[in-house]
Design a protein around this ligand. Sequence first.
Ligand code: F6P
Length: 360
Amino acid sequence: MAGEKRIGILTSGGDCAGLNAVIRAAVCRADGLGWTVIGIKEGTSGLLARPLRYEVLTPDKMTTAVMRQGGTILGTTNKGDPFAFPMADGTLKDRSVEIVGAYHELGLDALIGIGGDGSHQILRRLAQQGGFNYVGIPKTIDNDVGLTEVSVGFDTAVAVATEALDRLQPTAASHARVMVLEVMGRDAGHIALAAGIAGGADVILIPEIPFSIDSVAQKIREVRKTGRNFALVVVSEAVKTADGTKVHKDYHGGEKRFGGIGDYVAFKIADTTGAETRVTVLGHVQRGSMPSWRDRLIASAFGAHAVDLIAEGKFDRLVAWSDRRVIDVPLQEAIAEYQDVKPDDPLVTTARALGICLGD
Ligand code: F6P
């Protein structure tokens, strides 16, 4: 693709740290090529709105302060699949044509989407239907996007969860308690596993490994036998209870979100061991902070590489991280490869080697 181009960029799905660093890098690289970048507001919502909601992102606005900032300067949404958009009257409507129309109305040559697997699936389908050029960038604290070692936001989320364990440890020791930390991650236990190891947890429970309370109780007893009066337990939000249930919280309008498994585990530990337990649910604190140096670095490499792909005319690709460098992979293959924690994950091996109980 030679000559001046107009490229769109949007953030989609839940926010995380590092999104603004991606946007900044894409704008800087595009500016180097003499291109214009259009920032679309609130994900696909900006393309469904009339008038369209967007702003031209000029390099002077993309300061290093923006790179340091959490959240997304463009706004985002994790609702409103344009192929089945929930209307006010309760019906679902296919509004994909409106989005394709918006892409052409903006005169875009390509679109960069920063999202998780669900967002890329939708945006890829839109690109195919509308015959437009799409490049994806993986972001999610859950780190469950396939074919990339890491997604933007994961590193910061792990750092926050690790710091939470660092802060819980003195209280655990002072009060001889078992402190249970519930972390996010949906069906992937990456945050729990990484933070649990880094934060010195005795027990790490993840959705991929069914747990028995007897095994957890045994570990707590072993810890006590060594003369230690406290323990740290990390539980990933989608861990199932003994009857196979994933614990949810109900919200207004019938919305459900994970939450509550920490209370369940803490109750069971207290019941079986007699230990005094307390629960901390970390929640969105894991998403919102200033990005770590690693997230800023990966985000910068991802944003610049996405623009390079467009310059080379390579589309339907996902920018990815592998072997210490930025690469790109076929988007469809990345979407098809859900990346949860596999039994032979090196961190599972590390956790076991350290004597950490994984609940099995
Ligand atoms: O996918 C990212 C994530 O933070 C999950 O870990 C969590 O289950 C979910 O989003 C929370 O979504 P919301 O922000 O809609 O509550």
